[in-house]
Design a protein around this ligand. Sequence first.
Ligand code: URA
Length: 265
Amino acid sequence: MTPDRAPTVHELLAFYLEAGVDCALMDEPVNRVSDDSAAPREQPQAAPVRTAPAAMPVARSEAAPAPEVAIQSAREAARTAPSLEVLRAMLEQFDGCALKSTATRLVFADGNPLARIMFVGEAPGREEDIEGLPFVGRSGQLLNRMIAAIGLDRTKAYIANVIPWRPPGNRTPTPQETQICLPFIQRQIELVNPDVLVTLGNPSTQTLLSTREGIMKTRGRWFDYDTGTRKIKAMATFHPAYLLRSPSYKRLAWQDLRAIAKALG
Ligand code: URA
């Protein structure tokens, strides 16, 4: 059906928002429908390259470094972080992941770094990006109830994500973005050193537990997560966002939580 009038700016913006487009990537709009947009555009002047503090082997340039360079740089940086505070500061300085430039802020972690249990999700969403804390939106409220089901709350649990910056429009992070961020979450797990690690959903499970099996097969099973210095008991369960969409799986998630509570004694 052809609309009988052009949409208003307000309707267009509402349409974009609904489709997940909620941030501008460039200062100037690009008309991708017009033929002219195919013509090469004048490149903006590169801003001066900032230098990283000597202690942090972090690639910093205006153009994102090649993924292999960024991954190597992330590994070298994360490995040397002696504490969570330094790791967070390193991430604030790290320019190897393009997601940083579209996110509002870094979403590092929430909860108690001395907790015996650590939950790891995929990547922050809109609310998390605004607040700078993981799992504060609707799925975060369900995660709070999952944590409460094992007799704990955020003061007795530690929560982070594999990716610490929100992908624009909540798109799935690319494998390269995941590999670039991986050394930082690995070091974060090593520094928190929980007794039980819980991976929430498929992406976090496959990335951290090095499996290609889907969540239907991996959930509820114990894995060994090797930090390099210690093996941590790890269990995969459903992501709370998935449970919001498919509430019938809550029964299985609650089974997983009972097993986790038992492991924590
Ligand atoms: N989903 C995630 O995986 N992490 C968050 O922090 C929020 C939603």
